[in-house]
Design a protein around this ligand. Structure first.
Ligand code: KIV
Length: 279
């Protein structure tokens, strides 16, 4: 459990091979979720653009804007967590010019993030460097990068061939050299994640990338079993809160219909005893 705010240097130096504990990162998109993740002691909160799918019900992450990410970052930051807040830069907030990318990243920092996350390898190197040069820490993201869903033809495991695996290793080195302080590896073979983790000086945070990463990240709603959709293989749900939630909501509906709610203890009574005499 953290007693002080988690910092970027702490995360940057958290390599398991150097004796660090594996890092934990959980998404949160609002104040109560951020409070819960922080109370659970997670090292990092990711305000992920997965909010498009998890919270807003879209089929992919492409619909969220920099204003949406700002809005949700503000809600998370209001919880004043000790966990480090990392916010995803949404699609098209860093794909045009370096100056546009730096301005977008600055909006997220002003909204309360301590760092931003950017998807992509070598082709994003200049943008990552420019954002780092503006004193904004960057987390990279390789493998199944959801903003490339149309290019990939769906949410599929990546880097399954030797050629793709080699490209991913090169990308990881470039992203590190560009200044990233950690890299998320999503949906790639575990042996490749192990190799990348061994090559890098900065920590890897896996999601569907096996046990050998320097940390793991999962989506809040998946951990708690809050989503109704089919969950990918790499998800482990530690509770089934959607089921519990529907049970609780059904009890409310039933108690309203049978006039059992509100009970006297849920009701304000007339302290003077005189209101009943009003006509
Ligand atoms: O947006 C997100 O939740 C993410 C994680 C899946 C790493 O990028």
């Amino acid at each position: 459990m953290h007693t002080e705010r988690v910092t970027v240097p702490f995360v940057r130096s958290s390599k398991v091979r150097n004796g660090a504990e594996p890092l934990s990162m959980i998404t949160a998109y609002d104040f109560p979720a951020a409070r819960m993740v922080d109370r659970a002691g997670a090292d990092m909160i990711l305000v992920g653009d997965s909010l498009a799918m998890v919270v807003l019900g879209h089929a992919d992450t492409l619909s969220v804007t920099i204003s949406d990410m700002e809005h949700h970052t503000r809600a998370v930051a209001a919880a004043r967590p000790l966990s480090l807040i990392v916010t995803d830069m949404p699609w098209m907030s860093y794909h045009t010019t370096k100056s546009e990318a730096v301005k977008s990243a600055a909006r997220l920092i002003r909204a309360g993030a301590a760092a931003v996350k950017i998807e992509g390898g070598a082709k994003r190197a200049k943008v990552i460097r420019a954002i780092c040069d503006a004193e904004i820490p960057v987390v990279g993201h390789l493998g199944l990068t959801p903003q490339s869903v149309n290019e990939f033809g769906g949410f599929k495991v990546q880097a399954k061939s030797v050629e793709e695996a080699r490209r991913l290793i090169d990308d990881a080195m470039v992203v590190q050299d560009a200044g990233a302080f950690a890299i998320v590896l999503e949906a790639i073979p575990d042996i490749l994640a192990k190799l990348v983790t061994a090559k890098l000086e900065i920590p890897t945070i896996g999601i569907g990338a096996g046990i050998d990463c320097d940390g793991q990240v999962l989506v809040f709603h998946d951990v708690l079993g809050l989503g109704e959709a089919k969950r990918p293989k790499f998800v482990k749900s530690y509770a089934e809160l959607a089921t519990l939630g529907v049970e609780a909501l059904s009890m409310f509906v039933k108690e309203v219909r049978t006039s059992r709610f509100p009970a006297p203890e849920n009701t304000y009574h007339d302290a003077t005893g005189e209101i009943a005499n009003l006509s």
